[in-house]
Design a protein around this ligand. Structure first.
Ligand code: NAD
Ligand code: LMR
Length: 327
């Protein structure tokens, strides 16, 4: 028997990330080859024509799993009865900017969309915030949706996790799939902390396999943290296909399960690791069919403590900067 389609809202449908993301969702990369999907595409009024062009292309792919596509500029319509939402729509940064510089341009979007989510989405819908600054936008969204479960909102730090995984696998000379128990903590910003302390390659501690603490501290951590800027320098546009891929990885693992593998997710803090409650912060977790199990009992050493405290301090600053908007 054919399964019922999963309804997925995607904002920023005319933008560059969605030009990868939508086609991969429709091809079955998110929920598997036996699950039809219906897309609710949201973008601004002035982008509606461009979205219609994307819809024509989706039609021209003749995806067997794509059951329906609706296009709207109204977040209330976009979020009605959805099973999942990918909130991509917002301004990207350009050369010389940091992601937090986008706060004034993008914060209002997540306030409006939080209210629409609260009013329209199923309480069990899973919502991933991709638009930058993603952690604080997720915080704004959650604060603006008081009746929507906070734990069903996450911010994306999976791109950084994937970036670190790729760099570590190359350095260790192993396949990316062999790297496990990697964590990216904190803010999706230059203060993020790609942490190899618990990571293994083929079950062996990675810091023994690579055994180069200076490379870890002086090359790996800053390289992962600055990768977004390096891509903007090179492309004159921010990452798009890799961001779409990370969004699919994050939501697929969340909804279908991570098979015991650790993933990094921006989750609303419950106070573990000294992270103030309610901040959306990159932390380690595993997922089982729609539920998230936070990994909360890791022993943190002095270097990790310093790195986590630094990125959390930035999240606190960002949270305090949007207080007036939320008042
Ligand atoms: P883009 O400019 O190509 O597309 C953005 C789209 O969002 C546009 O079509 C625009 O019309 C739409 N939009 C703007 N305001 C909207 C609103 N209120 N409602 C609905 N749609 C709206 O940008 P992009 O390259 O697709 O990037 C989108 C966002 O994702 C940026 O903020 C970027 O910085 C962020 N990003 C995050 C990550 C991450 O790892 N978290 C990675 C890459 C990019
Ligand atoms: C990234 O990390 O590639 C994105 O957040 C885009 C950016 O602004 O760097």
């Amino acid at each position: 028997m054919t399964k019922a389609p999963l309804r997925i809202a995607v904002s920023g449908a005319a933008g560059q990330i969605c030009y990868s993301l939508l086609f991969r969702i429709a091809a079955g990369d998110l929920f598997g080859a036996d699950r039809p999907v219906a897309l609710h595409l949201l973008d601004l009024p002035q982008a509606q024509n461009a979205v219609r062009g994307v819809v024509m292309e989706l039609e021209d792919c003749a995806f067997p799993l794509l059951s329906d596509v609706a296009v709207t500029d109204d977040p209330n319509a976009a979020f009605r009865d959805v099973d999942a939402a990918l909130l991509v729509g917002s301004r990207p940064r350009s050369k010389g900017m940091e992601r937090r510089d986008l706060l004034s341009a993008n914060a209002e979007i997540f306030k409006t969309q939080g209210a629409a989510l609260d009013a329209n989405a199923k309480r069990e819908a899973k919502v991933l915030v991709v638009g930058n600054p993603a952690n604080t936008n997720a915080f704004i969204l959650a604060e603006s949706a008081p009746n929507f479960p906070r734990d069903n909102i996450a911010s994306m730090i999976r791109l950084d996790h994937n970036r670190a995984q790729g760099q570590l696998a190359a350095k260790a000379g192993v396949g990316v799939g062999e790297i496990e128990k990697l964590v990216v903590w904190g803010n999706h910003s230059p203060t993020m902390f790609a942490d190899w302390t618990f990571a293994t390659a083929n079950g062996r501690p990675l810091n023994e396999t690579i055994s180069d603490e200076a490379w870890y501290r002086e090359t790996l951590i800053p390289k992962v943290a600055q990768r977004g800027s390096a891509i903007i320098e090179a492309r004159d546009a921010s990452s798009a296909a890799s961001a779409a891929n990370a969004a699919i990885d994050h939501l697929r693992d969340w909804m279908l399960g991570s098979d015991g593998r650790w993933v990094s997710m921006g989750l609303s803090s419950i106070g573990a690791y000294g992270i103030p409650e309610g901040l959306y912060c990159g932390v380690p977790a595993t997922c089982t069919a729609g539920s998230i199990e936070r990994i909360e009992d890791l022993k943190i050493d002095e270097f990790q403590r310093r790195m986590i405290d630094r990125t959390v301090a930035e999240l606190v600053e960002e949270r305090d900067a949007v207080r007036a908007l939320l008042a």
